[in-house]
Every structure is written in structure tokens, then in C-alpha cells.
Design a protein around this ligand. Structure first.
Ligand SMILES: O=C1CC=C(NS(=O)(=O)c2ccc(-c3ccccc3)cc2)CC1=O
Ligand SMILES: [Ca+2]
Ligand SMILES: [Zn+2]
Ligand SMILES: [Zn+2]
Length: 166
């Protein structure tokens, strides 16, 4: 798949831009889910993230349907929910969400915070974990409602990101 080698960012200050938004939840809810997800990764690494609103950021976040400009078209409701590219310049780090999903911050539909936390893990260079409690586990469990302020990274997630940036 499109996650080459074991690349990582060669800088600790990264910028991100939410290029477009979903109609399913408010723009500030999307910004909040992304900020909370990036905050969890920055808490355990030297990485810091700044949101920009124009121009080219390291991590460009967008919502798209089916063919959305890369070689990995989405597939309509359910199935693939999102994907992210491993660190590199250009499309590296970019994180795409399938607009055919119903995005939510609750547990009706697909939880934006949980999927963003997983995909942004990939955008920082993380691979999958074999522990089902880990956010980097390959499959999303039928998550009960997750309050982003109460979420804790599993030890294997922390070990993984600190192996890259610790
Ligand atoms: O590595 C991959 C390739 C396949 C993917 N499928 S997905 O979009 O349906 C998906 C599956 C699970 C998650 C997930 C797993 C654990 C916690 C949170 C989300 C996110 C997206 C997305 C992905 O990250
Ligand atoms: Ca889909
Ligand atoms: Zn894409
Ligand atoms: Zn994944």
C-alpha cells in the first residue's frame, strides 16, 4: 500500500491546514477533533503543530468522495473511511477523509476524533499495532462514545511514536 518504508518528519514544528470541511458536523468540531488528536501525539513527543488557513501545510487535511485526486479513490459509505500518507514533502502527511461517511463526535456514524487520531498517527510515520487496545490497531472497534478529553494513548502507541521522535 502507499505507506513507504519508515519515513519520519525531519523537523519538530509542523503545520496543518484543514482545506475543506464536512457538512456532517460543524467546522469547529472538525478543528477540535484534529487539534485534540494532534495534541495527544505532541504530548508524548517533541513535535508541535500549528494550524494554518491558507497556503501549503505539511499535513493537508481534506474530505473527498470516490476519486479525489490521488491514486486511492474512496468507495462510498463504509468500507474505507480515510487514509493518510507517510511523512515526506508534497502529499506526505496529507490526510483524507471519505465524505461518503457520516462523521460524528459521538457514536452515531463514524467517530471523527478516533479516525483522525489513527490516520494522523500514519501521517507522523506510525505503522499498525498488534494490540487491539492501541489506536494504531488496524481495525476500528465499535467504539462506544469517546470523549476526546478523556482519551489515553495505549502504551504501544506511545512506544511507537517515541521510537520515531522520542
Ligand atoms: O491503514 C489503513 C488502510 C486501511 C484503512 N481502512 S479504514 O479507513 O477503514 C480505517 C480502519 C480503521 C481505523 C481505525 C483503527 C483503530 C482506531 C481508530 C481508527 C481507521 C480507518 C485506513 C488505514 O489507516
Ligand atoms: Ca468509505
Ligand atoms: Zn486520498
Ligand atoms: Zn491504519
Amino acid at each position: 500500500s502507499h505507506f513507504p518504508g519508515k519515513p519520519k518528519w525531519q523537523k519538530t514544528s509542523l503545520t496543518y491546514r484543514v482545506v475543506n470541511y464536512t457538512p456532517d458536523i460543524t467546522n469547529s468540531e472538525v478543528d477540535y477533533a484534529i487539534a485534540q488528536a494532534l495534541g495527544l501525539w505532541s504530548e508524548v513527543t517533541p513535535l508541535n503543530f500549528r494550524q494554518i488557513y491558507t497556503g501549503e501545510g505539511d499535513i493537508m487535511i481534506s474530505f473527498g468522495y470516490k476519486d479525489h485526486g490521488d491514486f486511492f479513490p474512496f468507495d462510498g459509505p463504509l468500507g474505507i473511511l480515510a487514509h493518510a500518507f507517510s511523512p515526506s514533502n508534497g502529499i506526505g502527511g496529507d490526510t483524507h477523509f471519505d465524505e461518503d461517511e457520516t462523521w460524528t463526535l459521538g457514536n452515531q456514524g463514524v467517530n471523527m476524533f478516533l479516525v483522525a487520531l489513527h490516520e494522523l498517527g500514519h501521517a507522523l510515520g506510525l505503522e499498525h499495532s498488534r494490540y487491539e487496545q492501541a489506536i494504531m490497531y488496524p481495525t476500528l472497534s465499535d467504539n462506544a462514545f469517546v470523549d476526546p478529553t478523556k482519551f489515553k494513548l495505549f502504551k504501544d502507541d506511545v512506544a511507537g511514536i517515541q521510537a520515531l521522535y522520542g
